[in-house]
Ligand binder design. Structure first.
Ligand code: PMV
Length: 325
């Protein structure tokens, strides 16, 4: 049966950095994220008896290293259903991939939902999240909606993500400021392999439970200044680990740093805006709904900001009727 799913990318507010089990993608810590309403992947899947191999098209291209990961994930799903059928997969992102905007999160969440529905597997949200995690860790957080927590576990069956507050709970705004056009040269999966070589990871893991607790409280109380202070410090902390791993990595571009400094200047001038980012150079800026227009104007005036994508908290991955083939 042909099925199409829509999933939203997510931005980690408390990051996932370091794995205790690479094969099963078991994270070293719980993480918290928010789904992003304007970073979307739509994926159509159909298992077809006449196919001799999987036929995968992502953003109009057949030659892509992502395609190998897609085929591997289809193998996992086939195994659940004991099917030998190959699939036709067409996937479309509405934003650039491999630049740090987590297209693998929305991509593998959409693929997991469309492919399992295509085989009539009817999996629960927890099971879908668990399955998406095996393809890309952050993808498990794009299955449920809104503000989401991904739970670490030592068991491969118990690490999945759940909504902690629905998307309608808090109308905050996330601006993605695209500052670089190029793809990142070091993949996140590769960089994650060295996380434990940073002498600071242990300290981070020790302090994380209280950070998680205070971030959840800030969301619950809709306390934007506290929320912002936590997520900004958290992004810098993850990059401090990345810069002190055995093979230190620097993902920032000069424009990334210029934007960090600009955000801090705007705060001194009274505009409440905070930044975060993943393993890439493009920056996420958070503000309150009432400050959206002023921030938009200010960002548009910066010559090094190439594109702005405005997001609100978004819902869960869902089956839709608009097929891509
Ligand atoms: O899901 P992966 O393997 O692409 O790793 C994501 C890691 C970060 O984006 C840097 C942090 C996170 O929690 O999303």
């Amino acid at each position: 049966m042909k099925k199409t799913a829509l999933a939203y990318s997510n931005i980690a507010l408390i990051k996932y950095w370091g794995k205790v089990d690479f094969t099963n993608r078991l994270p070293a810590n719980n993480s918290i994220s928010m789904n992003l309403s304007n970073l979307k992947t739509i994926t159509t899947v159909e298992f077809q008896p006449q196919l001799k191999k999987d036929d995968v098209l992502i953003d109009g291209a057949k030659v892509d290293k992502e395609i190998i990961r897609v085929k591997k994930h289809l193998d996992r799903i086939r195994k659940i259903n004991n099917t030998l059928l190959f699939a036709k997969v067409v996937s479309q992102n509405n934003f650039p991939k491999s630049t740090g905007l987590s297209s693998s999160a929305s991509g593998f969440a959409a693929l997991t939902l469309a492919a399992t529905s295509g085989l009539n597997l009817n999996l629960s949200e927890n099971k879908l999240s668990h399955l998406a995690r095996l393809a890309s860790g952050s993808a498990c957080r794009s299955i449920p909606g809104g503000f989401v927590e991904w739970y670490q576990s030592t068991s491969r069956h118990d690490s999945f993500a759940k909504t902690i507050f629905p998307d309608s709970y808090w109308n905050i705004v996330d601006f993605v400021a695209v500052v670089g056009g190029q793809k990142k040269d070091i993949s996140t999966s590769f960089a994650q392999r060295s996380a434990f070589s940073s002498p600071f990871l242990k300290v981070r893991l020790k302090n994380l439970p209280s950070k998680l607790k205070y971030l959840k409280l800030a969301i619950e109380e809709k306390n934007f200044p506290v929320f912002g202070e936590i997520i900004e410090a958290e992004a810098l902390e993850m990059h401090a680990i990345i810069m002190t791993q055995a093979r230190p990595l620097i993902y920032f571009l000069p424009e990334t740093l210029a934007l960090f400094r600009q955000v801090r200047m705007w705060r001194l001038e009274g505009l409440l805006v905070f930044f975060t980012l993943n393993t890439g150079h493009d920056v996420h800026l958070f503000c309150q709904e009432k400050d959206k227009d002023i921030l938009n104007k200010k960002l548009t005036l910066l010559p090094f900001v190439k594109r702005i994508i405005i997001n609100y908290p978004a819902g869960k991955a869902a089956i839709i009727n608009k097929h891509l083939f």
